[in-house]
Design a protein. Structure first.
Lengths: 323, 293
């Protein structure tokens, strides 16, 4: 397969904004999609856009939505504002991300996930080291999606990036903490999911519309996981089927996981586990789940639409409700 | 207080009737869809006819209408998809205000054309707002549940003095076009598709799929072939995005669309053209016309 166009190929880790300028793509007449070389450059540009918005030096815009390698700016007041910004933005001097400032959201965690042993094997460390490494990492919310308040957290070193599970689970409990690609995330509600589960965050409410702000995690928020008990010396319940760390599953390095858990429409009857397909979105594999667009976590990616079904039918509610 | 708050009782919820307003824009970075009335023009018009602010909440029906009993006297109007309207079983006008005495039942019938009718009431539906909006968001579950038979619906304080001078006193409706024509501006990911696919998008005719909903207008027709098979790292999705999943069949994102996605967007339809998309019944022919690059 050829490399997609744009600027998806970050060269090594040299990905500061400025090293390779951002590419600007049109989004209708009132928006722009700015594409960068890597996660860090993307987060730096997002921070810069928020600074300029706060300063009043950014033209008014309705939405500023970071993604894995992009920032979407949508809802400018005029096509002229879009044209001016598109011309000017690639020349901005964007300071590197400032670390260590601002409040940190602490999420209590028990490192008791069923995939701890698999992750340890992928990382090449002892099982108890997984918790130590994870808990010593400072994360940032790179972007949100999949469900209100779900944050994709970056911060793990590249050598600790892991693929999604070859066989996504049909049910991942709310509060499960998982890894996929470069991201860590906390499942906001029970759903199918393919992330490698390393722990549980039992007491954290990611989203509560009766709270201000409703979202605990917003793009740019710094996050630490606080073990509520010392990392176990012995592996917590590992995958039942594999008491011994299995060899890393053969998988093509999966492209950035685009999706978090998948909000999926619960099929009418329990879906059979999707056939193994490590290469891509597991979407369309749930009967009854139309492939829809997007790719939140993995499995049924897009489920958003999934709920669709037929037009006049009310969708089941609640399965998407967070909290 | 109670007398102020009570308003309506749902007699027949219909296939899918939701409370809608102008949605909750500005929260996409938190994963919160914009939501709001799909045929925003019809929603705004219902409020103008009643003298409400355009942000007042209305009911959005889906094909089969709905019926409500007024628990106190009110004034209503039905806009959007034309349909029979009755008050206690007797014919009442569509598109003009209807006085509904306490105890009477206003019934909105099956759409003669189009998909979604909007039922507005003086003062608007006054459920509690969530993040500044009363809209039901079917993707993420924010806002009130879709209507259920027997459920109560509060009404807000009627506008005083009512319709302001210059407000329309009837809702116009253009006969529905035989086909849905959607202007599209290519990008941001048009370069992920073959030149053939870019031509196909604007040269061929698609059909509105019955799997369409408030999240997206799904189209059947010639598949749009990608030039690259890679997975796109998740990126922000705008309203009106024409996203192309692996099937190659485009989906036009409507109000309840996901805020990020991993399939490439070949083009974007301007928001003002989405009102027509909201009224395109399954099977309707749909064409995209280039609105420039």
């Amino acid at each position: 397969m050829t490399t997609p166009p744009g600027r998806p190929t970050a060269i090594g880790t040299a990905s500061r904004a400025g090293a390779a300028g951002p590419a600007v793509h049109p989004v209708g007449r009132r928006g722009l999609l700015v594409e960068l070389a890597g996660a860090e450059a993307t987060e730096a540009l997002h921070a810069e856009l928020l600074r300029r918005r706060a300063d009043g030096t950014l033209p008014p815009v309705r939405e500023i939505v970071p993604g894995a390698r992009t920032v979407l700016l949508d809802g400018f007041e005029s096509p002229e504002a879009v044209r001016r910004l598109a011309a000017e933005l690639p020349g901005w001097a964007v300071p590197p991300l400032a670390g260590g400032t601002g409040a940190v959201v602490e999420i209590p965690i028990r490192y008791d996930g069923p995939d701890l042993a698999d992750v340890a094997a992928l990382w090449g460390v002892e099982v108890d080291q997984v918790a130590r490494i994870h808990a010593a990492t400072e994360f940032r919310v790179a972007f949100c999606g999949f469900a209100p308040g779900f944050g994709y957290l970056t911060g793990l070193a590249e050598k600790h990036h892991v693929p999604r599970r070859a066989n996504p689970r049909t049910k991942v409990p709310a509060g499960a903490v998982g890894l996929a690609g470069e991201y860590t995330g906390v499942y906001p509600r029970s759903s199918p999911g393919g992330w490698q589960l390393i722990g549980t965050a039992p007491d954290t409410v990611l989203w509560d519309t009766d709270r201000t702000p409703a979202a605990l995690l917003a793009p740019g928020t710094r996050v630490r996981f606080l073990p509520v008990e010392p990392p176990p010396l012995t592996p917590a319940p590992a995958s039942p089927s594999s008491p011994v760390p299995p060899p890393p599953p053969a998988r093509p390095p999966s492209p950035a996981p685009t999706a978090p858990p998948a909000p999926t429409t619960p099929p009418v009857s329990a879906p059979p586990p999707p056939p193994v397909d490590a290469s891509g979105p597991h979407t369309a594999q749930y009967p009854g789940t139309p492939d829809k667009g997007q790719g939140p976590p993995s499995p049924p990616p897009n489920s958003p639409s999934a709920p669709s079904g037929r037009q006049p039918q009310p969708q089941p509610r609640g399965y998407v409700r967070v909290g | 207080m109670w007398a102020e708050r009570q308003g309506l009782e749902v007699v027949r919820a219909g296939a899918l009737t939701t409370v809608q307003d102008l949605g909750r824009p500005g929260h996409a970075h938190l994963g919160v869809p914009r939501s709001g009335a799909l045929d925003e023009a019809a929603h705004r018009l219902a409020n103008r006819v009643l003298g409400n602010p355009e942000s007042a909440a209305t009911l959005e029906t889906t094909v089969t209408g709905c019926a409500v009993r007024a628990l106190r006297a009110t004034v209503a109007v039905v806009t959007g998809a034309p349909c029979p309207v009755t008050l206690d079983g007797r014919a009442a006008p569509w598109g003009r205000t209807v006085r509904v005495p306490a105890g009477s039942v206003l019934a909105v019938g099956t759409a003669s054309y189009g998909v979604r009718s909007y039922v507005g009431f003086a003062g608007g539906i006054a459920v509690e707002p969530v993040l500044g909006s009363r809209a039901t968001d079917l993707l993420s579950g924010l806002g009130p549940e879709p209507l259920r038979d027997g459920a109560p619906l509060p009404l807000g304080t009627p506008p005083d003095p009512g319709p302001v001078p210059g407000a329309p006193d009837a809702a116009p409706w253009q006969a529905p076009p035989r086909e849905l024509v959607l202007p599209v501006r290519y990008g941001p990911r048009a370069d992920w598709f073959t030149p053939e696919a870019l031509r196909t998008l604007t040269a061929r005719t698609f059909q509105v799929s019955s799997a369409s909903n408030r999240i997206g207008l799904r189209l059947e027709g010639p598949p749009l072939e990608r030039a690259y098979d890679g997975e796109l790292p998740s990126e922000g999705m705008p309203l009106g995005a024409v996203q192309v999943p692996p099937s190659g069949r485009p989906v036009v994102f409507l109000a309840d669309h996901p805020t990020t996605g991993g399939y490439p967007v070949i083009g974007v339809v301007p928001p003002e053209a989405l009102c027509a998309a909201a009224q395109a019944a399954p099977g309707t022919a749909a064409r995209f016309v280039p609105a420039g690059r």
